[in-house]
Ligand binder design. Structure first.
Ligand code: MG
Length: 161
């Protein structure tokens, strides 16, 4: 059986605002600000979802879950990842691994990484050791460095028939 490897990358950024919960990788982080978005603003989950869609040549998150559709208002982005996992599964695709980086000046991400990996692995139906989540600051540079938002990047490798 001939199988093929495909790579995909994703990027997302959302603005931090007071009075909004901060959710990354399906984990609610204690912080005075959160990410403003149509969904729960989980930039990490969004970057991973975009990477999977990219690997499969299926467009982007915005085309599958548009802001104009009230079904996705405030929804957990893990649910979006489950939908994308099902799209991939229907094509016989197998997600081999995910490697993601969160870029946040604050709060500290590292203590929450194990829970994020568990959540993301569960949503994608892969072992959490196949989901890498790393974190870095932007060294005080630019908007991210001023703590105006949080960004995430992800790469995935997928095996397809
Ligand atoms: Mg997003």
């Amino acid at each position: 059986m001939d199988r093929e490897l495909r790579v995909g990358n994703g990027y997302d950024v959302h603005r931090l605002e007071r009075g909004v919960p901060l959710v990354l990788g399906g984990v609610a982080l204690p912080y005075e600000k959160g990410l403003r978005a149509h969904s729960d603003g989980d930039a990490l989950a969004h970057a991973i979802g975009d990477a999977i869609l990219g690997a499969l040549g299926l467009g982007d998150l915005g085309s599958h879950f548009p802001d104009s559709d009230s079904r996705w208002r405030g929804v957990s982005s893990l649910l979006l990842l489950e939908r994308i996992r099902d799209l991939a599964g229907a094509r016989g695709a197998r997600i081999l691994n995910v490697d993601a980086t969160v870029i946040a000046e604050a709060p500290k991400i590292a203590p929450h990484v194990p829970a994020m990996r568990d959540n993301l692995g569960r949503a994608l139906a892969i072992a959490s050791d196949r989901v890498s989540v790393k974190a870095t600051t932007n060294e005080g540079l630019g908007a991210l460095g001023r703590g105006e938002g949080i960004a995430a990047m992800a790469v995935v490798l997928i095996e397809v028939p």
